[in-house]
Ligand binder design. Structure first.
Ligand code: FAD
Ligand code: NAP
Length: 337
């Protein structure tokens, strides 16, 4: 079933709660309806969105059509003793999917509990948390190619997944609408509990299961992160920087308490963006109703503005201060339109 809203307000479609109107919002449940609509509107610019928890509209008008999936089917398409392949449509709420998997004791995505958003957006930035990334469980991504209106499938290897990155943020940016994702989940889960905060939270348990891990993650997140339904935000505004080992050693010399995390690429390491943001003097700062969250400086919160530009200006202010102090160029994680 389709629905088209003309000159639609997007305030309820982005978790930063900024004001913006779009030419149209098109919602759909069946892929053939989506393809037909794209064919009829070839000259238009399309922007697929999920729950708007990782986007920021820069201006008060988006000159294009917002495409939103309301398709919510989940089906098991293959299984054996050890694994199952499960397909979920783009409109499924991400955390509902994690909950469903955990309740069935299917492992692979439990550390990604309580991440806001939809299945369709999960591969885009390869959502990750507490030592797990969604790419580890993805088999294939189904998508519509906006250049030829064809349904296509990309297997995991061709999705070019990386830290908060994928082909959908690069070569296929503005060219793809993801319609469904196939996951491989494990019936004999191997727990990933090395992340220090999680390890600490689980110390009191003698026996672990997926539900305990999920509950612990939810508890940690609820203590530390703002609920976007109450305090508008889009999660981490910046990516955690990946820097050279030499640069990290220089920093460690000056900042003895800086945490440095190894990466598969032995030449590079990851540091906490929140740490350098705070050292650059941006803890608890506020301009034009935009602020850093008091419990977590990586999260930019909207206290009172309706203008996306105020948030971008604020983020650029942080970027400049970090650059000046550390010669590190912070990259936006939030997608700006
Ligand atoms: P949207 O914000 O609507 O879209 C995000 C991007 O994906 C946009 O570029 C959009 O065009 C594109 N997109 C959306 N749907 C489709 C589609 N069907 N086809 C093609 N492109 C599409 N992220 C993490 O990785 N880890 C976290 O721990 C985490 N924690 C968060 C905590 C909070 C409080 C908040 C507010 C956000 C957090 N995020 C986190 C960011 C966000 O939840 C994820 O990026 C999520 O996947 C976004 O889903 P969405 O449906 O809201 O996508
Ligand atoms: P944190 O624990 O304060 O850690 C900050 C940084 O240290 C991140 O770069 C994190 O990497 C890294 N790190 C910490 N422990 C690590 C380990 N054992 N091995 C490798 N890297 C480690 O992070 P936080 O901000 O409170 O968030 C907790 C988790 O939720 C993180 O995984 C974070 O990415 C995720 N999260 C993401 C968003 C978002 O919007 N993207 C919002 C909130 C939370 P990683 O980022 O790779 O984990």
């Amino acid at each position: 079933m389709i629905n088209i809203l003309q000159n639609a307000n997007l305030l309820e479609y982005n978790t930063f709660r900024v004001n913006c109107n779009a030419k149209k919002i098109f919602t759909y449940t069946d892929t053939p309806e989506l393809i037909e609509f794209i064919k009829q509107n070839r000259s238009e610019k399309f922007l697929p969105i999920g729950d708007g928890s990782n986007i920021l509209f820069a201006n008060d008008y988006f000159d294009g059509i917002i495409v939103k999936s309301k398709a919510t089917k989940i089906e098991i398409i293959d299984e054996n003793e050890d694994f199952l392949t499960i397909r979920a449509e783009a409109g499924v709420n991400w955390d509902e999917f994690v909950k469903f998997a955990v309740e069935n004791n299917w492992g692979g995505i439990e550390n990604l509990s309580l991440i806001p958003g939809t299945i369709g957006a999960a591969p885009v930035q390869n959502i990750g948390a507490y030592g797990m990334e969604v790419a580890e469980s993805i088999k294939e991504v189904e998508w519509i190619n906006l250049e030829n209106e064809q349904e296509q499938i990309l297997d995991k290897e061709n999705c070019k997944f990386a830290y908060r990155n994928s082909i959908f943020k690069n070569e296929l940016k503005n060219k793809a609408i993801i319609t469904a994702v196939k996951f491989i989940l494990s019936k004999k889960p191997i727990f990933k509990i090395n992340y220090s905060e999680l390890k600490k939270e689980l110390e009191s348990y003698n026996l672990l299961n997926l539900q305990i891990i999920r509950n612990s993650i939810i508890k940690i997140r609820q203590n530390k992160l703002p609920d976007h339904n109450i305090i508008p935000n889009a999660g981490s505004f910046f990516k955690n920087p990946i820097i050279s080992i030499n640069k990290a050693n220089e920093l460690k010399h000056i900042y003895k308490d800086i945490a440095i995390y190894n990466l598969p690429d032995k030449e590079k390491v990851k540091i906490s963006a929140a740490y350098i943001i705070e050292k650059a003097g941006c803890k608890n700062i506020e301009t034009n109703g935009v602020a850093t969250y008091h419990k977590h400086s990586l999260i930019v919160i909207n206290k009172s503005t309706q203008k996306g530009l105020d948030i971008i200006n604020f983020a650029n202010e942080i970027k400049e201060k970090v650059k000046e102090k550390f010669e590190i160029e912070l990259e936006f994680e939030v997608n700006i339109y």
